[in-house]
Design a protein around this ligand. Structure first.
Ligand SMILES: NC(=O)C[C@H](N)C(=O)O
Length: 396
């Protein structure tokens, strides 16, 4: 049952699925208002299970005078759910832990919130595809109506693609959606997963996190899932972006630097929850010296759209530009550089030319541009409308 101290109100959303905001009634989360007994419930492989106190570690059954927020955890796998063969291994590990096992490593969490969890899949994030994205999308939509916050465990390699997709397709209203992963497997010395997960759950349960959309919690930092990306393949401090962090987590305190904020110009796409997720095929090409124009043509024949990671702020050789100008599929010019953007002025054809199918990615990196173009193609947006969507991130 949803928390009785929270009012659920429908919000005006441009997303087809009815969604809700959770608003506290007079009672404030964390104040002593009523006696509740908290449990951790879970679903693994579609089977529902409520932990029985007798067989459970102590954190799963708690009694408190506090009115606790309710948090849903959706498990998808990643290094956070992985085991290596030696405690010194930080590579060559495999996904092996369920959400239930991850929670055993953070016994203090029972005092923070009530938790329900669901294991959607248990994969390295390189295996996350449309089916898994759809499960995450569905899991988040269904949980929005019943919980104060949502946490999704996920591998870091493709984490920022999933956060971008979820921010682009779900209007979460006030409910924090917090993604979390780790860089070291659970078996390693100084594994970062348990603290990252603990912090993510605290962030999801905290009222200061409301109205901030999709967040990533990693290495004590809180950032916006729309922009942030993995910038280091190995270190604990693996997520970074020029658009910056939203806050910091220190010794059980959450410090936001700004009032609630969501990314400017983030276009929301309506998806139909009842339909399986199918998206048009968009290929990412990585430009380099002597990139073959024929390769671009070959890709255009086999895909619905192309994103090119150009060499600077839109630079491609003359033969490749000429090929792009001839093709009829949409081609997004993005960048190899981690930071910066593609200004419209650097496109080989002005966007006002009706025959142009070349679009500037603005601040979006190639993998996020790919998802945005897929969503535009799925909705059968015109070139003009697709440009308007990319203009939200100063492209177009
Ligand atoms: N740190 C990680 O989570 C990397 C892992 N290969 C994954 O993305 O699932």
């Amino acid at each position: 049952m949803p928390n009785k101290n929270i009012d659920i109100k429908t919000i005006n959303s441009d997303v087809e699925l009815p969604q809700f905001i959770l608003q506290p009634k007079d009672a404030v989360a964390g104040e002593d208002v009523l006696e509740v007994t908290g449990t951790v419930k879970g679903t693994v492989g579609g089977l529902s299970a409520t932990s029985s106190p007798a067989s459970s570690p102590s954190y799963r059954q708690f009694s408190t005078k506090k009115h606790l927020p309710r948090v849903k955890i959706l498990g998808t796998g990643g290094t956070i759910a992985s085991k290596g063969s030696k405690s010194s291994d930080t590579a060559g590990y495999h996904v092996d832990l369920t959400i239930n096992e991850l929670l055993e490593a953070i016994p203090d969490i029972g005092g923070v919130c009530e938790i329900e969890y669901e294991q959607l899949c248990n994969l390295d994030s390189k295996e996350i595809g449309l089916d898994e994205l759809y499960k995450i999308y569905k899991g988040v939509c269904e949980s929005l109506q019943k919980f104060d916050g949502i946490v999704i465990t996920h591998g870091t390699d493709t984490l920022s693609e999933t956060t971008f997709f979820i921010e682009s397709t779900i209007d979460a209203g006030q409910v924090p959606i917090v993604f979390v992963g780790s860089m070291r497997p659970s078996t390693s010395v100084s594994a970062d997963g348990p603290m990252n997960l603990y912090q993510a759950i605290c962030i999801a349960a905290n009222r200061e996190s409301r109205g901030r959309g999709v967040l990533i919690s990693l290495n004590d930092q809180i950032s916006a899932g729309y922009y942030i990306t993995k910038t280091n393949a190995n270190s604990l401090d693996s997520f970074n972006v020029r658009q910056g962090y939203l806050g910091n987590f220190v010794n059980n305190e959450i410090h936001y630097y700004y009032p609630p904020v969501k990314p400017i110009g983030c276009h929301k796409f309506k998806l139909n929850l009842k339909e399986e997720l199918r998206l048009p095929e968009v290929c990412v090409l990585y430009a380099h010296q002597s990139l073959s124009a024929d390769l671009v043509e070959m890709v255009a024949e086999n895909y619905d759209g192309i994103v090119i990671a150009t060499m600077g702020a839109g630079s491609l050789s003359t033969p490749v530009n000429e090929m792009c100008m001839k093709l009829s599929v949409p081609i997004v010019y993005s960048k190899r550089s981690m930071d910066g953007m593609i200004p419209v002025a650097n496109l080989p054809m002005p966007p006002s030319d009706p025959s142009s199918t070349i679009i500037a990615s603005g601040y979006l990196n190639p993998e996020k541009s790919r998802i945005l173009l897929q969503l535009c193609l799925k909705q059968q947006y015109s070139m003009k409308k697709t440009r308007a969507v990319f203009a939200g991130v100063y492209g177009g």
